[in-house]
Design a protein around this ligand. Structure first.
Ligand code: HEM
Length: 518
């Protein structure tokens, strides 16, 4: 880019300092704002200010705009030159790189820190995953979050080339024979730290609705098929879903009941010949439901609660719900009206649905913990940048002790959450599935409630630091506003905070030794 730009001096630029002939320098690049001036969203007067017109306005610019403004093609067209002997510092291409902002990365990625948990392979893996997400995912996330459309199919197919959908299901047999991230990790070596990396890198896109829209339904809806479906059913469904050719949702919650699965009212009744189920009822808040081909549905049956895979077809209607995040997630209200499904689509035992659902909870919640811990850290990074580039009362914001105090809380919570998460992840790598169910359900429940609770504190503190920009959907504080608006989701999905805390204590009480007395 800079090669084509004319080289000039600050002196040359200073001559273009008036209405009709207006240049400014930002980060060593010269912009001709003569025509843009009247279209500038911040008004014309600021650009004609003697400290801006014909001057190097880098500091003024970055006090009011995000870097990405200058990366937009519409504004790149305003570039006419570069200052002799200078190179862009802020606008340098840095896709895939690790942030140098303090606490912007978990310690294992920060320069000079060590970690017992991550191997060289995890480090190599992280690099390619970040590069991929920076190159392909970030732009789509921002665009879809803004227009509310579902994640782009091109991207979903690209992710399949690297088997990212399969990796998001965690370590296991479903990875066999797949080339993961171009072959950087062997399927049998892929562990929960690799999966943590995928989830945490993904969470950096800072688009909560999109985060769920991009195969959130698969992450929670496919495991019951993988773990409890017949071989025939798996052959039909799994590969297509992991290739992004078909989409799947978990359909449990209803208007009548959420956490209380035994209170659900959707029914499945067998036909007289016993070959089919007939399903009737409704489901609500079903992530990806709008565009799903398959639904993993919790139903009331004669023997209790049963999970059945339903294919979109006659009698299945889905309608988009508007929640407080974007419609990108495809959150649906679903009606099942005399839907006929082969009994071979039953997942697990008839009447054993609660086990099918519970068996997936640990993994689902742990995935949410990975994303939540990483998103909090991004808020720390945003806040650090803001307090160092924003001035108030003649000083940078960080000169105020109250601002530093808020940062201290934000950093401590991000660090504590990640350290706890890595400990739990290490246990997952070293426990059988059964051990995990008995030993980690409480740990993961506490971790998730800690992270979602502390995330809300961090969201509130960040809004205070950003002021009005923290509640404005575009501009400097847009990630803070988005985070603050959507943070409540994490505290509900996969188990409400209070329910999880109680679960953790009840599990601990069960392990309390009889002879432990004061
Ligand atoms: C290459 C030059 C510039 C471009 C392309 C540009 C573009 C924009 C855009 C797109 C916005 C809307 C808010 C946003 O998306 O962040 C904006 C707002 C603004 N700009 Fe600029 N701008 C430029 C230079 C400047 C300069 C040199 C100043 C001088 C101080 C300035 C002052 C402002 C102000 C005060 C706002 C309103 C900010 C707010 O509402 O928070 N701009 N500008």
């Amino acid at each position: 880019m800079s090669k084509e730009l004319k080289v000039m001096s600050l002196d040359d630029v200073s001559k273009h300092n008036k209405d009709g002939d207006l240049w400014v320098v930002v980060d060593s690049i010269v912009y001709n704002l003569s025509k843009f001036k009247d279209l500038h969203p911040g008004g014309a007067s600021v650009l004609l200010d003697p400290e801006v017109a014909g001057q190097d306005a880098t500091e003024q610019f970055f006090a009011l705009h995000r870097t990405e403004v200058l990366q937009k093609p519409a504004y790149q067209r305003l570039r006419i030159g570069k200052i002799e002997g200078e190179e862009p510092v802020i606008l340098a291409e840095n896709k895939g790189s690790v942030s140098k902002v303090p606490y912007a990365e978990p310690t294992w990625l920060a320069e000079g820190f060590k970690s017992p948990y991550y191997s060289e392979n995890h480090r190599e893996f992280q690099k390619v995953v970040r590069k991929f997400f920076d190159d392909y995912l970030y732009q789509d996330a921002q665009a879809r979050e803004a227009d509310g459309k579902r994640p782009s199919l091109d991207l979903i197919h690209k992710m399949h080339e690297y088997e990212i959908h399969a990796m998001r299901m965690g370590p296991g047999k479903h990875l066999k024979g797949r080339t993961l991230m171009g072959g950087i990790v062997k399927p049998e070596e892929f562990d929960y730290f690799h999966e943590l990396i995928v989830t945490q890198e993904f969470a950096r896109c800072g688009a909560r609705g999109y985060g769920d829209g991009l195969q959130g339904g698969m992450v929670i809806g496919l495991p019951p098929v993988l773990n409890f479906g017949s071989e025939e059913l798996k052959a039909k469904v799994v590969d297509d879903v992991l290739a992004g050719k078909k989409f799947i949702s978990l359909a449990i919650s209803e208007a009548h009941a959420g956490s209380d699965v035994m209170g659900l009212q959707t029914t499945a009744v067998k036909t007289e010949d016993g070959k089919e189920w007939i399903i009737n009822g409704t489901k609500k808040w079903i992530t990806n439901g709008v565009f799903s081909d398959y639904f993993t549905v919790g139903c009331k049956t004669e023997d209790g609660f049963t999970v059945i895979l339903v294919e979109r077809g006659e009698g299945v209607e889905t309608r988009q719900m508007k929640t407080s995040y974007s419609t990108t997630a495809g959150t649906a209200f679903i009606t099942f009206d005399n839907v006929r499904v082969p009994v071979g689509n039953t997942l697990g035992e008839e009447g054993g649905g609660i086990y099918v659902i519970l068996s997936n909870f640990n993994h689902e919640r742990w995935v949410m913990c990975c994303a939540s811990a990483r998103s909090q850290r991004s808020i720390v990074e945003e806040s650090f940048k803001w307090i160092t580039q924003r001035k108030a009362f003649g000083k940078p914001l960080h000169a105020q002790p109250v601002v530093r105090n808020k940062l201290a809380g934000m950093i401590s919570r991000a660090e504590a959450g990640q350290a706890w998460l890595e400990n739990v992840t290490y246990q997952m790598n070293n426990m059988s599935y059964k051990q995990q169910a008995s030993k980690l359900a409480g740990q993961i429940a506490f971790l998730k409630s800690y992270l979602t609770g502390s995330a809300q504190e961090t969201a509130r503190d960040a809004v205070q630091i950003f002021g009005g920009r923290g509640i404005t959907e575009d501009g400097m504080g847009r990630f803070i506003a988005h985070y603050h608006r959507t943070i409540g989701f994490d505290a509900l999905l996969g188990g409400a905070e209070d329910v999880l805390k109680d679960l953790g204590v009840r599990q601990a009480l069960r392990a309390m030794p009889q002879d432990a007395k004061l």
